[in-house]
Design a protein around this ligand. Structure first.
Ligand code: BG6
Length: 492
């Protein structure tokens, strides 16, 4: 679809930026906070870059006023953050820790005082450790009940003040990383357990949505999903079919549950035959069908390209793709291990010959963003809130103290342009949160993979003085917000 003129973003479009508790807050044991699985994992597993952890992170817990003042200066209309469950209920299910709750009440009040809409994520991966140890975390229905108790506390405390709520952040990523690739807690490699835990989280998501609709009358709630379009390498029919399989396993497995309340049929049959499909009771089915999100949060970084999986005879393209050794959370089959994943002989992920990559090997694909938005809106017919999109890069402070992050400006401009085209196509959009506002801890890549509009003076080895320095992109986005995105008209 070509448009000679692009639509304007609607008045009230929520231009924002995002973060997550473990990645920014620090204060890991302050004011009665209990440990989360990430506190434990980052300290003991040897799996994070140079052993980096979120003990101090960028100390947003103590700098939140300064950070919000900067958000206001930039003109942000929305700020997406997550709540650390173990601040509110230190052991996950018992006593409420008022001091922890008060922190988020102060944070939200400060945002409101600056006319910034608070977007609250209930779960961004930091499960209270006690629930993991006592119940095996998300493998147990008891954790669902604990989650619902925690949600109730927040709905009561902040239901009047926060309009947009996110249930789970990137369920596809944290289940695959935690239960398949042993790269996140609980460091498991077992597909049956992964699909079973994932099913519990689906139920928790549905119950939380139901409770929200009973308790909060002026709010909206939905999950945030890490969506990537799945391309076929070429027009070879076998590869088209492979891309269809990839779409069903990577996207629809979650999106269908959220929006239609049922698992996609072909993938479910495949998993059942392999003995790894989740067990779904009649009561589960009824619950899943009854809970509908009000909007879809979408995190977009990139998609994937697929061809027929020749497990025994990996193609030259497949070999080339192995050059990227890092696990890519957005591909259910990390490239270097896919030939060893015989349980899903449905597709093989390959590099896309048309796309460049970031320094961490993530494909840069702004048009894929438009494709994603179109697919989602056509299939699920719900308003979309972009809850993450951004570029992880090495940023350096110049001699004059400035940070010239032109690559980030280019990345954001080109993605926002495609979003504007999707809007012009007819996709209903609520807002856009860039990832991230300040620099923060990248779960596995430490502090040098930076995403922020605001540089934070710390590195992997030292917390330094944690000074905040707006980057060039800070002022670029300030201008964009001022013009409600009208200056985004061309690819740069
Ligand atoms: C998303 C997460 O997966 O991508 C964020 O929701 C994360 O928490 C972001 O930081 C970027 O990932 P990474 O691995 O580059 O930090």
């Amino acid at each position: 679809m070509y448009h000679s003129k692009l639509d304007h973003f609607p008045d009230g479009f929520l231009w924002g930026a995002a973060s997550a508790a473990y990645q920014v807050e620090g204060a890991f044991d302050t004011d009665g906070k209990g440990p989360s699985v990430w506190d434990d994992f980052a300290h003991h597993s040897g799996k994070t870059f140079k052993g980096t952890n979120g003990n101090v992170a960028v100390d947003h817990y103590h700098h939140y006023k300064q950070d919000i003042a900067l958000m206001a200066e930039q003109g942000l209309k929305a700020y997406r953050f997550s709540v650390a469950w173990s601040r509110i209920i230190p052991d996950g299910e018992g006593e409420i820790n008022q001091a922890g709750l008060d922190f988020y009440i102060r944070l939200v009040d400060e945002l409101i005082a600056h006319n910034i809409e608070a977007i609250l994520t209930l779960y961004h991966w930091d499960l209270p450790l006690a629930l993991q140890e006592k119940y095996n975390g998300w493998e147990s229905r008891q954790t669902i009940q604990a989650f619902i108790k925690y949600c109730r506390v927040l709905f009561e405390a902040l239901g009047e003040k926060v309009k947009y709520w996110i249930t789970f952040n990137e369920q596809n990523v944290f289940t695959a990383m935690g239960y398949r690739w042993e790269a996140h807690p609980p460091i498991v490699s077992d597909l049956k357990r992964m699909y079973a835990a994932n099913h519990m989280i689906n139920l928790a998501n549905a119950e939380a949505i139901q409770l929200f609709h009973q308790m909060v009358h002026n709010g909206k709630i939905g999950p945030s999903f890490g969506y990537g379009p799945t391309y076929s390498l070429n027009s070879r029919p076998d590869n088209i079919l492979a891309a269809l399989n990839g779409h069903e396993i990577n996207n629809r497995w979650w999106m269908d549950i959220y929006c239609k309340g049922s698992y996609p049929k072909f993938a479910y049959k495949q998993l059942k035959e392999l003995g790894i499909a989740p067990e779904v009771t009649e009561a589960d089915r009824a619950l899943l069908k009854s809970a509908k999100p009000d909007f879809l949060g979408i995190n977009y970084y990139h998609g994937g390209t697929m061809q027929e999986n020749r497990i025994e005879n990996i193609s030259e393209q497949g070999q080339k793709a192995k050059e990227f050794s890092a696990i890519d959370p957005y591909l259910m089959q990390p490239k270097e291990e896919q030939s060893q994943a015989p349980e899903i002989p449905m597709f093989e992920s390959v590099s896309n010959p048309y796309l460049e990559t970031t320094a961490w090997g993530w494909e840069i694909d702004p048009v894929g963003f438009r494709v994603a938005l179109r697919e989602i809106y056509a299939e699920y017919d719900l308003p979309i809130f972009i809850t993450e999109n951004g570029l992880g890069a090495f940023d350096t402070v110049e001699e004059d103290g400035s940070i010239q992050d032109d690559d980030r400006i280019q990345y954001l401009n080109n993605h926002i342009l495609e979003m504007r085209k999707a809007l012009t196509d007819g996709v209903e959009l609520i807002g856009y949160c860039a990832w991230s506002f300040t620099d923060l801890l990248s779960w596995l890549n430490g502090y040098k993979k930076r995403y922020g509009f605001v540089y934070v003076n710390r590195d992997d080895d030292s917390e330094k003085d944690l000074a905040r320095i707006p980057k060039k992109s800070f002022y670029w986005y300030q201008d964009l917000i001022n013009q409600n995105g009208l200056n985004v008209t061309e690819k740069i």
